[in-house]
Design a protein around this ligand. Sequence first.
Ligand code: BES
Ligand code: ZN
Ligand code: ZN
Length: 516
Amino acid sequence: MLVVRKAAQTAARKHLCRPFSASHTHLQERKGLVLGVFEKDGEEEGVHLTEAAARFDQSLSGKLSELLKIAGPGLKKGKSRLFYGIHQDFPCVAVVGLGKDSEGVCEAEKWDSRKENIRQAVSAGCRTLQELEVGHVEVDDCGDAKSAAEGAVLGLFSYDELKSKKKTRVTSQLHGSADVDGWKKGVIYAEGQNLARFLMEAPANRITPTAFVNTIEEKLAPHAERVTVKKRSKAWMEEQQMGAFLSVARGSEEPPVFLELHYSGSAVSQQPPLLLVGKGITFDSGGISLKPSQSMDAMRADMGGAATVCASIVAAAALKLPVNIIGLAPLCENMPSGKATKPGDVVTAKNGKTIQVDNTDAEGRLILADALCYGHTFNPRAIVNVATLTGAMDVALGSAATGVFTNSDWLWEQLQQASVVTGDRVWRMPLFQHYTKQVTDSQLADLNNIGKYSRSGGACTAAAFLKEFVTAPHWAHLDIAGVMSNKDEVPYIRKGMSGRPTRTLVEFAARLAHSG
Ligand code: BES
Ligand code: ZN
Ligand code: ZN
């Protein structure tokens, strides 16, 4: 013990004796600047800087554009180039490529490439500065402060909670633009998504149902005036006759929690709420229908629905959106044990429907069934449930888009419009009777929790099962299994759990709020 203490004292003394200029802290006190440059269009002469970059260039009598010309060919989209020592306030300046100034929304692709280019470029610039251990960056709005902020905040995030060596914490701020509001919004949207990423990436022994609830409660504490958090226990679930949810939780030693969030932002307190429901399986082993061990670790993110839903409510509260939202998250583990539900068991959902559980790995639809029944009691104006529901969804669309199954053209339009703004694509999927037949022909019960005749179209069968618990006219089920994790498809999100589509949920709620 004594030896350890002595070693620590020597290390501390050494640190004090180090010349200040070389110290770690000093490195992190340096300020960085991210500025944008467009690709040249046709015969365009010189370099095409953004407004903020052009002003910066002027303040240096054209030095930046001169250096950019010397540095070589024009900067390609998403690439960055560093300049050192050209400005006394900013020892490191990252110039980033924004693509063509003429880019915009592509209707066929439902894709705003201008916004996406800004997110990608700003993220690349911020990360380059982060590698140089710059502690604070100022960022060009690149013509869209909200997207620039999203690029900065999403691009800088990494989950290194449990590592001894962490990436430099970098704070960011808007540079040379009046659109402070747009920037602040972008920060809140992106921080919402980062909260979902944090919850999804964290291992299942850290984010248990109880820990999940505690984290959300903490994040909502500053908004206590407009938010109530109800943590429902197993006894409450029994009272509510949530037999489907309880059948999933049975196999685990971790107590289940049914989280209920009420955000009251509307001036009209009686305004019907938007209901968001998220699948909250904090670990999906498959239960008795055990999954293969390869990649089973990814099932720590099987609470992605709950994470994105709750994080979007945290963001809505931070934005003070004038809308009422109720969030529901049935949270539990899906584990095998002597008490676990067995294939062939029949359970009774809250609405009295009986379900033959033919595969305990199709657990998401069971917990959502009870949550959806309960959700209807609030008379919501719309119901959106979000779930990492089926591997089949990933097979169908991969990480390109969230699959949306909905009984409402209006709701579909709203979600699609929101997703074009955020760059988190959605794609409409069918709710045909064809699939309903697969889940309503059970040998022992009213319903079967897997497709009776075929494994094909698994995402659609799961959706058809959920539909059996919906009577509301505006309901959408978002299957996010395909977008759950990111390798390098979304360039401004590092490899890991994606937190998608949190920003789309926030944008959707904001649109509802402002449409009255
Ligand atoms: N959580 C999984 C779905 C999943 C798979 C999400 C991969 C993300 C990535 C879900 O509970 C599940 O296991 N579904 C089964 C359903 C099947 C048994 C009908 C599946 O997709 O294989
Ligand atoms: Zn499963
Ligand atoms: Zn699952």
